[in-house]
Design a binder for this molecule. Structure first.
Ligand code: HEM
Length: 495
């Protein structure tokens, strides 16, 4: 069987030369979320499995859950293609880009046994509560000052503070203007831009010698020493205090410094692993929460139903992680948002084949091929999901005739965290944070449309798939709900 041959009626030869597709691929990015994606002009990307040549790189893209499972679960696809920016920013030593092998396996072991152990996630609840409380009161202030709230910046500040607390044990109060907070925000923004930028040299390496319009190499080289200095200072501060005793709520630096024997990491490796967490954990959480809130405003019946669930199960007390996991409608709302707006983009999470692989549709994928799963196409496929464009959390409620689905990589009809050996190690942390924050946002405010800036669900594909125009909404405070900050209580001024 010839490479790329695909005998199942999807065309005689799914291989397409790069000049015709490279252009389409670049256009495809901002149009990912268009409901027309599969029907107008982008058929190749919604194909069950299709090969294209992207620059010098062969690429296979699938939108079939069965083929997606074969790719994601296969040990032959356990590498990732590494972008030039990620390599220059030291990410080849971090979990997400380290090649399959002893070092990456060690990092995965450290992640599951220590960093993302259930006990550690649970014991960081106090931080999640605190960052959410700070966000809720900033939202209340903006609402009473301007009559409207631009939500994304609040979510991003809370998510960045929260991940900094979990990873470095330090919060910078992102709403403050301190030099350290500003330096951190600038480094993170620059990193996101560099990692998210489409770089032609990733597909035509020789181009970098004379065509680098975003100055990627130069900017990455300038960022690395700043990041190294910043993270090294935090590691040194941890070394100075007695860090021998680990507890469940120890931060990631503390955990890495306490590894023993073969598990011990070099300082540069620690910097790469820790810094990567900031990129993986911040925008994914903030942008998913923004999508949930946009859908709740556009679907007031869903928001009312969620309110009722909170009122009857939690009443006026503070919502906790343990409450949030026991609220089926809340969980269904988060799952439905992950279905309609899966945040994981194609390129950043692509896989790389390490040998020739024969897929069950008889397609043979050569070694060193980039493989992408178009999760957006799967979650919007009418053959997989009934009324795929309708936001209907009830589809995940067994009591209402829906299915009880685990979204953490077991069922490829909805796998927003990927699947298999490289499945997202932060999935439980991401889900617990988004569930708690959505519950608290809805518990404390009624959310309605900003008539001046109505919600626009246009998607744009960057490092995550985000709303092109950040969400602007009206947040009407509710009375009588407890909001704890540390030991104290905050009260809202009711409009
Ligand atoms: C809503 C939240 C999140 C979503 C939707 C998400 C999505 C993803 C996806 C799709 C992958 C690729 C999986 C694959 O190739 O099969 C991934 C990998 C990864 N994620 Fe997440 N993620 C989220 C939150 C987080 C958080 C909070 C962290 C850490 C603090 C994190 C850390 C990572 C890392 C380190 C990898 C690379 C794993 C590897 O290559 O071995 N993620 N994530």
């Amino acid at each position: 069987m010839d490479k790329w041959q695909e005998p199942n009626g999807y065309g005689p030869n799914p291989w397409t030369p790069w000049p015709s597709y490279l252009g389409k691929f670049v256009q495809f990015e901002p149009r990912l979320g268009s409901s027309n994606t599969c029907s107008h002009g982008f058929k190749p990307f919604c194909h069950p499995a299709h090969g294209v040549q992207l620059g010098l790189n062969p690429v296979v893209i699938t939108s079939d859950p069965k083929i997606a499972r074969e790719i994601l679960a296969s040990s032959h696809f356990a590498d990732r293609p590494i972008k030039q920016s990620a390599k220059t920013l030291m990410f080849s030593r971090a979990i997400g880009f380290a090649p399959n092998g002893a070092y990456w396996l060690l990092l995965r072991k450290i992640a599951s046994a220590h960093l993302f152990a259930s006990k550690r996630i649970a014991s960081h609840e106090a931080g999640r509560q605190m960052d959410c409380t700070t966000m809720l009161s900033a939202i209340a202030d903006e609402q009473s000052l301007h009559g409207v709230v631009s939500l994304r910046k609040h979510l991003q500040a809370a998510a960045l503070d929260n991940i900094m607390g979990t990873v470095f044990g330090k919060r910078y109060n992102m709403t403050s203007t301190s030099d350290e907070a500003r330096e951190l925000q600038e480094m993170v923004r620059e990193g996101f831009e560099l990692l998210g930028a489409f770089n032609w040299s990733d597909y035509l390496p020789w181009l970098s010698y004379f065509y680098d319009p975003h100055r990627i190499i130069e900017r990455c080289s300038a960022l690395v020493p700043r990041v190294r200095k910043f993270v090294k200072k935090i590691i040194d501060e941890h070394r100075q205090v007695d860090s021998s005793k680990l507890s469940d709520n120890s931060d990631f630096v503390h955990v890495l410094l306490n590894l023993e024997g073969d598990e011990r990491l070099e300082e540069d490796d620690m910097i790469a692993v820790l810094w990567e967490m900031i990129f993986r954990g911040t925008d994914t959480t903030a942008l998913l929460t923004e999508w949930v809130m946009a859908e709740l405003v556009l679907n007031p019946d869903v928001q009312d139903k969620l309110h009722q669930e909170l009122n009857s199960n939690v009443g006026n007390k503070n919502v906790t992680d343990s409450d949030a996991t026991k609220l089926p409608y809340l969980q269904a709302v988060v799952k439905e948002t992950l279905r309609v707006h899966p945040p994981g983009p194609l390129l950043s999470w692509a896989r790389l084949s390490t040998s020739d692989v024969h897929l069950s549709n008889d397609m043979v994928v050569p070694a060193n091929t980039t493989a992408m799963v178009n999760m957006w196409a799967i979650t919007h496929d009418p053959e997989v999901w009934e009324d795929p464009l309708v936001f209907k959390p009830e589809r995940f409620l067994k009591t209402e005739g829906g299915i009880d689905m685990d979204v953490r990589g077991l069922d490829l009809r909805l796998a927003p965290f990927g699947a298999g050996r490289r499945v997202c190690p932060g999935k439980n942390l991401g889900l617990v944070t988004v569930s708690l924050w959505v519950a608290k946002l809805v518990h404390h405010f009624k959310w309605i449309q900003d008539t001046v800036n109505p919600i626009d669900l246009t998607e744009v594909l960057k490092l995550s798939c985000e709303m092109k125009n950040p969400l602007s909404v009206v947040a009407i405070p509710k009375t009588g709900v407890q909001l704890t900050r540390g030991q104290g209580l905050i009260k809202f001024n009711v409009m």
